[in-house]
Design a protein around this ligand. Structure first.
Ligand SMILES: Cc1cc2nc3c(=O)[nH]c(=O)nc-3n(C[C@H](O)[C@H](O)[C@H](O)COP(=O)(O)OP(=O)(O)OC[C@H]3O[C@@H](n4cnc5c(N)ncnc54)[C@H](O)[C@@H]3O)c2cc1C
Length: 398
């Protein structure tokens, strides 16, 4: 593996830096720094998506014929690293990184022509309708039913923990179209317009006081059959394919490095009484840094495979596992670094709309909310126990 960049790659690095400097407004940067979640609010995230689209960079990782940039793995890595370093907002990952690859892989020509340009241009905002009460890890037991009625499916049931359903105009969902002996066989993958009659969205507040997730109810919701992706009853295959992208198609190490740098800067500041001089804090910081280096190497190997047209495969479970655990270690360290200042928890959301003096320095404001919000990293996208199970079976062959 060559870890030094050639002249062309250096030039690309400068192009990315120049683009970010010209397009990332101070308001966007501040809003991102004060967002405790991995998800940016749509007004921030979609503004960034549109800026990327204008540059032709709206869908890193997609094949060129569908609008992806013609990057080498090294360029993709440079782009992600520079973006993380600069603190850019997160775009609608449910669109670009999740449903986009499924539509590319299994959608009809009409679906590709309609949805893909809208995802890249930041016109549609997607949410993911997989989990149900009682069907999370055991997703194949899902009960939301879609019954055929002419050219439509009529959907009844409920989805839960649906991130940003209250912002989304589109949902991709797994629904049961047939009762079959093997639960996985009767599931279909369907695209639902969130403005359809019969959909109700109920907010759920999480431990940090954030409204990100929801329960969504479907009462006789009519969805055209043409909104089904792929074959009826084969949705489990597409749904799992999507999960591999959800878990392993990003470069998390760059973001982790940036998050750790934020905590290191806090620890080196007088505001924390130079917490970095505490040997325990310094040692934990070094350990996390080594963990990030190791994750980065694995991500680079996966990235090379993705650029040659392969999907991430089961190794995505290793990436998801390590990313979420390292991320939690960073947020835990953050709380210890700010010490008793962590007792002040600002209740207002979003934090970036806060005007006037909060009870602690602004750079400390997101530390405890990030810690609390981050409890979910090892749950969403499949819990750590489930990832370990997949690694044992699919990677280690146990
Ligand atoms: C903040 C947040 C956002 C989310 N966003 C979305 C979203 O946008 N869309 C969506 O569809 N879902 C979303 N989810 C749901 C998420 O995917 C599920 O919470 C997750 O899959 C776990 O399912 P569960 O909550 O039903 O827990 P359960 O499956 O009931 O698991 C409970 C515990 O048992 C353990 N466990 C379960 N089965 C096994 C097993 N076979 N072996 C070992 N241990 C096991 C689990 O690891 C866990 O610790 C989100 C969840 C959270 C917390």
């Amino acid at each position: 593996m060559h870890l030094t960049f050639n002249a062309e790659e250096r030039a690309f690095e400068k192009e990315v830096r120049d683009f970010i400097a010209a397009n990332l407004t101070p308001e966007m940067k501040r809003a991102t720094a004060l967002t405790p979640s991995v998800f940016s609010d749509p007004d921030i995230g979609m503004a960034w998506q549109r800026a990327l689209h204008r540059k032709g960079w709206g869908a890193p990782g997609w094949p060129v014929e569908y609008g992806g940039p013609p990057w080498t793995p090294a360029q993709r890595w440079i782009f992600e690293s520079e973006s993380a370093r600069a603190g850019v907002p997160n775009v609608n990952v449910m669109g670009v990184k999740m449903v986009g690859p499924v539509i590319i892989g299994f959608g009809t020509l009409e679906q590709k022509n309609y949805y893909l340009p809208r995802i890249i241009a930041g016109k549609d905002y997607w949410c993911q309708g997989y989990s149900e009460p009682g069907s999370g890890s055991d997703l194949a037991s899902l009960k939301t039913r879609a019954v055929r009625d002419g050219d439509h499916y009529v959907i009844n049931g409920t989805k839960i923990w649906t991130t940003h359903a209250h912002h989304a105009n589109m949902m991709f969902a797994l629904v049961r179209t047939n009762e079959t002996e093997r639960q996985q066989d009767g599931i279909s993958f369907i695209l639902i317009d969130m403005k359809s009659a019969g959909i109700t969205t109920r907010p759920i507040l999480t431990i940090g006081g954030d409204h990100e997730v929801n329960q969504v109810f479907f009462d006789d919701v009519r969805v055209p059959v043409t909104n089904r992706v792929g074959e009826e009853g084969k949705g489990w295959t597409y749904g799992k394919y999507l999960l591999e992208f959800e878990r392993g198609a990003g470069i998390a190490s760059a973001k982790l490095r940036d998050a750790l740098k934020t905590i290191r800067d806090l620890a080196a500041s007088e505001a924390t009484g130079r917490a970095i001089d505490d040997p325990d804090i310094a040692m934990r910081m070094s350990e996390i840094e080594v963990d990030i280096d190791t994750l980065e190497m694995t991500e680079l190997r996966v990235l090379s495979a993705l650029q040659t047209g392969q999907n991430p495969g089961a190794v995505s479970s290793i990436l998801k596992l390590r990313n979420s655990e390292i991320r939690q270690a960073v947020t835990r360290l953050g709380v210890d670094v700010i010490g008793h200042d962590g007792l002040y928890v600002e209740p207002m959301r979003p934090l970036y709309r806060l005007n006037g003096a909060p009870g602690i320095p602004e750079e400390m404001l997101p530390v405890v909310p990030e810690y609390l919000n981050g409890r979910a990293y090892t749950i969403f996208g499949g819990s750590s126990e489930i990832q370990r199970d997949i690694v044992a079976k699919m990677v280690l062959g146990l």
